[in-house]
Structure formats: structure tokens, C-alpha cells
Design a binder for this molecule. Structure first.
Ligand code: FES
Length: 369
């Protein structure tokens, strides 16, 4: 076994610790650590309950030796919290002031053993060995419990499946048709994730498009699922998703009973619609006559280099879409770049980088809010 020792606050390793010792006596920590490390155990120490709890949360020790009398959080409080946060950890109380009452209280709170200081190294090693065996048994029991829960989940799911199958039959839908439709939606979920350049687990991709289809339903419901509200529905979808994803168009086609090709004719006709994913921010470089003669092509090259995409493209994180336009009505500023609703007169590379960085920062803050 790899013997090592860490203090509270050091980065937790992925492999669980064998023993965490929580005690305010420096000499005791040192002596116990040495004994246990010599015995081949991975050990960490903490000098009070707060540090100890933090380290236990990070390192998931199998056995925790803890003192009853420490400044700040008492050993009994620590014991109570520890058994709640990590039920597979085996706590052992070590104290120089043991009483029958404190021993009984400790056992009630889940202590596995109660050692009175001073004790022989052999006693410590023997207690830790038994504690580790108990911890292994607890972990096995937890794993078995989780497997059992999963087994029940499967049977609950089968019951839901029977409900769905029953409803399908009552709608005149055969099981094969239902499975084909589901398989189609699953393939659309995969296609959608790929078209966004995202790698998702199957279940995540399916849940994501299910949520999007529900949002599309909510929009159609606003218009009472009326066929003649198609353009308004598409405008709302465009606003919501910033583009018209294929699976949503196909869903609308089915829901409103409008041939898909008719929907594509409309989606292709109006400039307001995009059949490609668009970024959350639009950057337009004007290439109209006034801008062109004042160097719009150099401006476009600069913007493209800063964003790492060409005109007409969206970056892989769907943050920015770069496009060219013909006159945005402020020729006096030529050559001009519009970033969302702001206009910039021939922005330098550093100006562009600053604006892009601040937009990225705003987004990161919005995600954290
Ligand atoms: S030509 Fe660029 S703003 Fe008019």
C-alpha cells in the first residue's frame, strides 16, 4: 500500500484515504501518523473539526480517528456530522478524558470504537484494521443498495412503458409504429447534437430535444395549433432558439399537419429565418460601397482572425456569428462593424479583442447568476 501523509487543505487524491486523524495535539497526530504509515496505511491529519470535516468530504477516508475535546467544534458534534456526510466512513473516538457517558454517547452517534489515550501502537493498528474491514463491508452494502434501487427503477419504467403502449393502442398506433417514431426522434437527437458540434451521452441528447420539442409545443399552443399561424410560430421558434432546427421543423410539420417541404419554402424565403445554428452575438462587417472603398475587406480579415471564423460562420460554441452586410446606414463611420446593437468605426485588433472578451465575460457571469 502506498504510504503518504497530507495536511488539511492539500488537494485531495482520487484514491480514498485509509485513515484521517483529527486531533488538536500535534504530538499525538505525529505519533499516530508514523505508526499507521509504518503499517502501510495512507494517512492524513487535521487539527480541528472544521478542517477535518472538509478533508473528509474531499478524501472520503475509510476510518476516521477523532478526538473528543478540541477547540471549536466538539468531537461529538464532529462525529454526528461525519456519520451523516459520509456513512461509509468508520469513526473511532480517541480521547484522554473518556467517561462512561461520553463513550455511550459516542457509540449512539455511530462511533465504531472508543480508545482511551495513551494506547499501544499495536492497539491502534488492530483497531484500524478492523475499522477498514467494516468500512469495506459498508461500501459493499451501499453498492448493493444502489443496484437494488436501479432494479426497482427498471420495473417502474416498465410500468410507465405499459401505460404508453396502452395509450398508443387506444390511438390506433401499432407498437412497431411507435418504436419507429421513437427511433426517428433518437436519430434526430444525435444529428442535432452533432450539428452543434457537441458530444453528448445518448440520454442527455434525447432529454435535450424532448425539452426543445416541448418548448415548440408551448409556442404552437399559443396559437391554438392553427395552421395559418405558421409564420408566427416560426418567428417565435427563431427568436427562442436563434435558428430553426431540423427536428423542430419536422415536429411542427406533424403537429400542424403541414407538409415539411412547405415549411422549408417559407424558412428559405424570409431573411429573418436561419436554418443554421447562430451565435448568441452577431457581428456584422459592412461591405457596402462606402465601407468597401475605405478598406472593409481588411476590416473583415481582422474580425475573422480575432473570431477564428469566416463570414457566414458561427463558432463551435454558438457564441458568435460573423456576417457581411451591404450598408447598415452609417456610412459616415465607414468602414463600420456592428456588434449586436453597437457600431464601431474600423475597430483595431485590440479593440475587437477587448469587446469580444467583455461579451464572453458577461456570458460567463450570466451562467453563474
Ligand atoms: S456602406 Fe457601410 S455603412 Fe453604408
Amino acid at each position: 500500500m502506498d504510504a503518504s501523509k497530507r495536511r488539511a487543505g492539500e488537494r485531495a487524491e482520487t484514491q480514498p484515504l485509509d485513515v484521517l486523524i483529527i486531533d488538536d495535539e500535534e504530538n499525538f497526530l505525529e505519533a499516530c501518523s508514523q505508526t499507521l504509515q509504518t503499517g502501510g496505511y495512507r494517512v492524513a491529519t487535521a487539527k480541528n473539526g472544521t478542517e477535518g470535516l472538509k478533508l473528509a468530504g474531499e478524501s472520503h477516508p475509510n476510518v476516521v480517528l477523532l478526538d473528543l475535546k478540541m477547540p471549536g467544534m466538539s468531537g461529538l458534534d464532529l462525529l454526528g456530522q461525519l456519520t451523516k456526510t459520509d456513512p461509509s466512513a468508520v469513526p473511532v473516538v480517541v480521547t484522554g478524558h473518556g467517561t462512561v457517558d461520553s463513550a455511550v454517547e459516542s457509540m449512539k452517534l455511530g462511533a465504531f470504537d472508543f480508545l482511551t489515550k495513551p494506547f499501544e501502537p499495536e492497539k491502534l493498528l488492530e483497531t484500524v484494521r478492523r475499522g477498514l474491514s467494516l468500512s469495506a463491508l459498508k461500501k459493499e452494502a451501499q453498492a448493493a443498495g444502489a443496484a437494488e434501487e436501479q432494479r426497482h427503477d427498471k420495473y417502474d419504467l416498465l410500468l410507465q412503458g405499459l401505460d404508453v403502449l396502452g395509450e398508443a393502442y387506444s390511438l390506433g398506433l401499432e407498437k412497431r409504429q411507435l418504436l419507429d417514431e421513437l427511433a426517428y426522434l433518437e436519430s434526430e437527437a444525435r444529428y442535432h447534437a452533432e450539428s452543434l458540434g457537441q458530444i453528448k451521452k445518448k440520454e442527455r441528447a434525447i432529454l435535450d430535444i424532448r425539452n426543445e420539442l416541448r418548448e415548440a409545443d408551448a409556442i404552437m399552443k399559443k396559437y391554438d395549433f392553427q395552421k395559418n399561424a405558421l409564420i408566427q410560430v416560426l418567428l417565435d421558434i427563431q427568436e427562442k432558439f436563434r435558428w430553426l432546427p431540423r427536428h423542430i421543423l419536422s415536429w411542427i410539420s406533424g403537429r400542424l399537419n403541414i407538409p415539411l417541404r412547405e415549411i422549408y419554402v417559407i424558412a428559405n424565403f424570409y431573411e429573418a429565418f436561419s436554418l443554421e445554428p447562430r451565435g448568441r452575438h452577431t457581428i456584422q462587417v459592412c461591405t457596402g460601397t462606402a465601407c468597401h472603398v475605405r478598406g472593409a475587406s481588411e476590416t473583415l480579415t481582422r474580425v475573422s482572425a480575432v473570431l477564428g471564423i469566416e463570414a457566414g460562420q458561427t463558432d463551435s460554441r454558438q457564441q458568435f456569428t460573423l456576417e457581411t452586410v451591404h450598408c447598415i446606414g452609417c456610412c459616415a463611420l465607414a468602414p463600420v462593424v456592428q456588434i449586436d446593437s453597437q457600431y464601431y468605426r474600423d475597430p483595431s485588433r485590440s479593440k475587437l479583442e477587448k469587446v469580444i472578451k467583455s461579451l464572453e465575460k458577461e456570458e460567463a457571469q450570466a451562467c453563474l447568476a
